[in-house]
Write a protein that binds this ligand. Structure first.
Ligand SMILES: Nc1ncnc2c1ncn2[C@@H]1O[C@H](COP(=O)(O)OP(=O)(O)OP(=O)(O)O)[C@@H](O)[C@H]1O
Ligand SMILES: [Mg+2]
Length: 499
């Protein structure tokens, strides 16, 4: 890195889809050994720009230069030959193949003069690439037996095996635990040392300040600017992203609390949840804090009937209820929005409206399901507006929406059921800063309507900003409860680590 010539430059890139101008004259440059953040709201055009760079989409106009020479990227293979590899928002590893087979997928090595795949060679090479990034997974393991963090490492090893000079990571940490994220950052630092450039997409500001050297901001498909991370504050970045100052990131609303809506008594699930008891009133947002693995999701899924409880009782409005499946829970007015939204079953070939109003909820045949076709369209439009879902209309096919906007559709789907108790797990993962606030406002509205909201979140600022009360869990047990005026990071941490 003797001179300042960028490794890659994208100049005046434009791209339209039917009804959507996804990118308009966008610029980007990245140097060897640099980690560049690509920042922007949901639907700003980040993934589209990176798909153009990696040969998934073709640009309409503009130039791409690699080491000063213009290149004409026609497809994925060609981008890879030029040294550019992308790790998509949705990982693309194949679960039934081994780690080594995944790393060399499409680039298999054959034994000399035969059509036999040289497994030994691939295993050895895989091991060496994994070692380079400090990952100790055995190359013979089936990918379905490793965790998401390790899958991410496999994708990086795969990029190394292709001799990449630039690796694009599109929201790599949304499914990772804190520990896995730290590990990923170590790997990114190693890539930097090797002179590899990284383009990093994330909605988590803290990560950007920790790992990125510089930042390119997009807004509505347009280029806003470049900044060095050290020269900018979080607030300035948010202003660049959303085009206005975002006052009061956590709108809190005091509403009159009413009677107890949900009561949980001594609920247990093997060693995952141990004798959990709590209650929540109508008009309340109850936050659930804790470290990853504290048992919050397990508790939620047990209440929802997804897991079979070992003991305990659930009461709705004072009456004991029997919940042994999600169908039962929905019938009692309890909905659970899972943190793993990819599994929530969007039907990718269907429209935004259809995904909101029918999709898999149909199978529950619950009494909340309304089949009024006339209001269906209106309701879809209401939620598109309320959650600022970026789509040309309610008839757009869902797979054409950006990742964050797909998530908002799932949220709308559950809100439309109008549950008494909404359990929402990591509500703003993958959601941009502006849209987060809209989601908090929707939660506040539910509260005003006399519903109860249980919000599981690992985002400390969010838990503190939005909740009326917070329950903290540690190793399957409820270790503390904090009122709104007691909510501080220190107080939460004290209980989260088990005092
Ligand atoms: N194949 C497609 N057909 C039609 N529209 C598309 C297609 N791909 C993307 N778009 C639209 O282009 C715009 C930019 O989407 P993109 O996926 O690049 O956003 P993003 O910045 O990655 O957002 P997120 O943070 O939510 O992932 C959005 O309005 C999206 O709906
Ligand atoms: Mg995206």
């Amino acid at each position: 890195m003797t001179d300042n010539k960028p490794f890659l430059e994208m100049v005046n890139i434009s791209k339209s889809f039917p009804g959507v101008k996804a990118l308009q004259d966008v610029n980007l440059k990245v140097h060897k050994g640099e980690v560049l953040a690509l920042l922007g709201e949901n639907g700003a055009g980040k993934s589209t720009l990176m798909k153009i760079l990696s040969g998934v989409y073709k640009k309409d106009t503009g130039k791409i230069l690699i080491e000063g020479n213009e290149v004409n990227i026609q497809g994925i293979k060609q981008a890879e030959e030029l040294g550019v590899t992308i790790i998509h928002q949705e990982l693309s590893v194949l679960p039934n193949l081994t780690v080594a087979q995944n790393i060399f997928l499409g680039n298999e090595k054959y034994s000399k003069g035969t059509r036999r795949i040289n497994k030994g060679w691939m295993k050895e090479r895989s091991k060496s690439f994994l070692e380079q990034i400090g990952c100790s997974v055995d190359p013979n393991t089936l990918v379905k037996d490793i965790n998401v963090g390790e899958m991410q490492m496999i994708e990086i090893a795969k990029a190394l095996s292709k001799n990449s000079s630039l690796i694009i990571m599109d929201e790599p940490t949304t499914a990772l635990t804190d520990v896995e994220t730290k590990k990923l950052f170590e790997v990114i630092r190693k890539l930097k040392e090797k002179g590899i450039a990284v383009i990093y997409i994330s909605h988590r500001m803290d990560e950007i300040f920790e790992i990125c050297d510089s930042i390119t901001v997009l807004r509505d498909g347009k280029y806003v600017g470049d900044v060095a991370t050290k020269d900018v504050t979080k607030d300035e970045l948010i202003t660049m992203m959303v085009g206005r100052k975002l006052e009061e990131q956590f709108p809190y609303k005091e509403v009159e609390k009413r009677s107890t809506l949900l009561k949980v008594e001594n609920l247990s699930l093997k060693d995952k949840v141990r004798n959990a008891s709590f209650e929540i009133k109508a008009g309340e947002i109850l936050g659930f804090a804790g470290l990853m693995g504290a048992g919050r999701t397990e508790l939620a899924k047990t209440i929802f009937g997804d897991y079979k409880k070992n003991s305990g009782e659930i009461y709705i409005e004072g009456e004991k209820v029997n919940i042994s499946s999600p169908k039962d829970a929905i019938e009692q007015g309890i909905c659970y929005l899972s943190e793993d939204r990819k599994k929530e079953g969007l039907i990718l070939g269907m429209s935004v409206k259809e995904n909101m109003t029918l999709s898999n909820l149909q199978s529950y045949e619950n009494k909340f399901m309304r089949i009024n076709k006339k209001s269906e369209k209106e309701e879809a439009q209401t939620y598109i507006k309320k959650l600022s879902i970026k789509t040309p209309s309610e008839n757009q096919i869902i797979k054409n929406l950006s990742g964050g906007n797909q998530q908002k559709v799932i949220l709308a789907k559950w809100l439309m059921l109008s549950p008494k108790v909404l359990i929402i797990d990591e509500p703003t993962k993958g959601i941009d800063v502006g849209a987060k606030k809209e989601i908090y406002e929707v939660l506040n509205e539910l509260k005003s309507m006399g519903k109860a909201v249980i919000m599981i979140s690992s985002d400390m600022a969010e838990v503190i900003g939005v909740s009326d009360r917070v329950i903290v869990m540690h190793e399957g047990k409820i270790t503390g409860e904090l009122k709104r005026d007691e909510l501080t990071q220190e107080n939460i941490m004290k209980y989260a680590v088990g005092i």
